[in-house]
Design a protein around this ligand. Structure first.
Ligand code: 87F
Length: 602
């Protein structure tokens, strides 16, 4: 890999923004330096600011500990209550106890996220900044969405293929105008061993320039259309914004679909079919609500006619996130790459094909984790979860261990047979508390406990990870009730996330309401004129105003940074409320043409 970006590379953004585990990043406690004898005013201010930030961090830590202690007390009380009264308590084994998460989602989101993805065994860090190892639990979930999408696109008539990872400089430059803005992100191979390559080759950041020369060869006549291909690959974009595992990494996994048609209308129909399917993948598999819409002129993919997208939202930090895109490319690329076909009409008339392209990435997993996780760890929607239910037999002092184990195994087999992804945790060297914490961190949707009393009563107790609800389930036809419970969890998780997302959208008609709403971690739905210059102004003004407000606030540096981020249009939702005839743009006061969703975003 060519080291074209040495200076920027050396700034490891990953570590700056709390994306490494807190334990690794925590600097050693340093003594406050003595103020210099002849301290300038500026130095004094700096020293005082440093002290203020430190004190604030301390206070925050204290507050978190208080909440933790309170939770622990509550948990102990509940545990006591739950214990079968007449039976001896399970043996406590101190040495094996697992610990709770250190960071809370609400007060320290960045550290919380690092901790849940590490302890949930989704991610392992890697020694190239912005690159991450996807562990089996993460990859399994990717496979779940992958299967959903793959089945649907095949149903639509799309075929899978595989195109090479590398692209020549010449091919990449065919698309010069559109690649230009992205060129700092392109990674190059410049050497093999010690020898310089005669021609440097780029690693694909996306595959238009790799696929379309082949399309130009394969498409000759209207009989060759439509050509609809998809590939499941990795791509590399050498980003310089701070990396966030899943959400913004330098290498990620995705599918990219590229279709060519004889008519614009066919290309457009598919753009929206794909958008619908993407929205369903988020909502039905990941239980994450999204808004379907069209991008503004300023935010669309410059290579195309228009871009449609689905937009997700992270309520904890008030950031929106582009969840997937589906582009109508018109004839822009067929002109650049000479993709032509002879029409059905007499006289060898040639026309350029009409194209679209669409992509869905591993970012989706990050959105899901951020939306659903809680202070105990991951909360996984059953349809994505690698383990849907864990069975924990509760061994008490004087119980017939063997009978309990036997029953637990029986249940395990019964659920497995019905294709429920189940694990039996009958380790005797771990305490129940240890196991509960571990499976909670991993986000397993349902925990099934059986104690000796349950055995006698032919029942078990199921605890739902999403809301902590406990339910007694009869052993008879357990697989049906577990299945129903998993579906209900899936549905409840989506409804809860949707309610929270809906409550995070505020209707704004005046500029004065805009930045305050953003600072309340909201998205704004506003009447807008759709003019590119107005959007530029919105970005500039929201950034400036954010800075003014932040400079007066007593927030921490991280909070201040978030409050000063510029806002942009996220999408023009497909579903539009009627706009009054005389509606004015909330920013420039000119005629408004659409209700548009704005927000700060990843
Ligand atoms: C980074 C470097 C070079 C995005 C890039 O969205 C080029 C690009 O073309 C680039 N980052 N894009 C736009 C990708 C458009 C489009 N490609 C097919 C998609 C979906 C799948």
């Amino acid at each position: 890999m060519a080291d074209t970006n040495t200076t920027a590379d050396q700034v490891d953004e990953t570590q700056k923004v709390g994306r490494e585990p807190a334990t690794r990043r925590a600097p050693k406690e340093k003594k406050e330096p003595e103020p210099a004898k002849e301290e300038t005013e500026e130095e004094r201010l700096q020293r005082e600011e440093k002290k203020r930030l430190k004190d604030e961090a301390k206070a925050k830590k204290k507050e978190e500990q208080k909440i933790r202690d309170k939770e622990k007390k509550k948990l102990k009380k509940e545990e006591k209550k739950d214990q079968p009264k007449k039976e001896a308590a399970p043996k406590e084994k101190k040495e094996g106890d697992s610990s709770d998460l250190k960071a809370l989602k609400s007060t320290n989101f960045a550290d919380w996220y690092s901790e849940v993805i590490l302890r949930g065994e989704l991610i392992e860090y890697y020694d190239i900044s912005g690159c991450y190892i996807l562990r089996p639990n993460a990859y399994f979930m990717w496979e779940q969405v992958q299967r959903f999408i793959d089945d649907h696109i095949k149903e639509l008539g799309v075929s899978n293929a595989y195109f090479p990872l590398f692209v020549t400089k010449k091919a990449l430059e065919t698309e010069k105008d559109h690649v230009q803005g992205f060129s700092p992100e392109v990674a190059w191979v410049t050497k093999s061993g010690d020898s310089e390559l005669a021609e440097h080759i780029a690693v694909r950041p996306t595959s238009e320039t790799i696929m379309y020369p082949a399309y130009a060869k394969w498409i000759r006549s209207h009989r060759d259309l439509p050509l609809r291909l998809n590939q499941w690959t990795n791509v590399v974009r050498w980003e310089f914004k701070s990396a966030v595992p899943f959400i913004r990494s330098r290498e990620f996994l995705w599918q990219e679909g590229h279709s060519a048609f004889a008519t614009l209308q066919e290309a457009e129909v598919e753009v929206y079919q794909i958008l619908d399917m993407y929205s369903r993948a988020y909502e039905e598999i990941l239980a994450v609500p999204v808004v379907k819409g069209k991008k503004s002129e300023g935010e669309k993919f410059a290579g195309g006619y228009y871009t449609t997208s689905i937009e997700g939202f992270i309520p904890t930090n008030g950031k929106a996130v582009q969840a997937a895109t589906s582009h109508c490319l018109g004839q822009n690329f067929s002109k650049m790459f000479g993709i032509e076909f002879e029409t059905e009409e007499e006289g060898n008339k040639k026309e350029k094909v009409w194209q679209n392209s669409w992509g869905f990435t591993t970012r989706s997993l990050g959105v899901m984790i951020m939306v659903h996780g809680d202070d105990k760890g991951l909360v996984l929607p059953p349809r994505a979860a690698p383990v849907q239910a864990v069975i924990v037999p509760l061994f008490f002092k004087d119980t017939d261990k063997e009978a309990l184990k036997q029953k637990a195994k029986e249940i395990f087999n019964q659920l497995k047979e019905k294709k429920i992804r189940v694990v039996l945790d009958d380790r005797e060297y771990k305490t129940p508390r240890f196991k509960f914490v571990e499976w909670e961190i991993k986000g397993v949707p349902l925990r099934i406990e059986i104690g000796p009393k349950d055995l006698a009563a032919n029942k078990c107790v199921a605890i739902r990870r999403n809301d902590g609800q406990k339910k007694e389930l009869s052993m008879d036809d357990l697989s049906s009730s577990v299945h129903a419970e998993l579906e209900s969890i899936q549905n409840d998780m989506f409804q809860k996330a949707k309610k929270q997302r809906d409550e995070s959208i505020i209707n704004v008609t005046e500029w004065s309401q805009f930045v305050p709403a953003l600072n309340q971690k909201k998205m704004c739905l506003a009447p807008w004129c759709e003019v590119v210059a107005c959007e530029e102004n919105i970005k500039k003004k929201s950034h400036q105003e954010g800075e003014e407000i932040a400079s007066k606030s007593t927030n921490t540096a991280e909070e201040q940074k978030e409050a000063t981020a510029a806002a942009k249009s996220l999408c023009i939702p497909l579903e539009q409320q009627p706009l009054p005839e005389d509606a004015k743009c909330f920013c420039c006061g000119q005629k408004a043409t659409k209700w548009t969703l704005f927000g700060r975003s990843y």
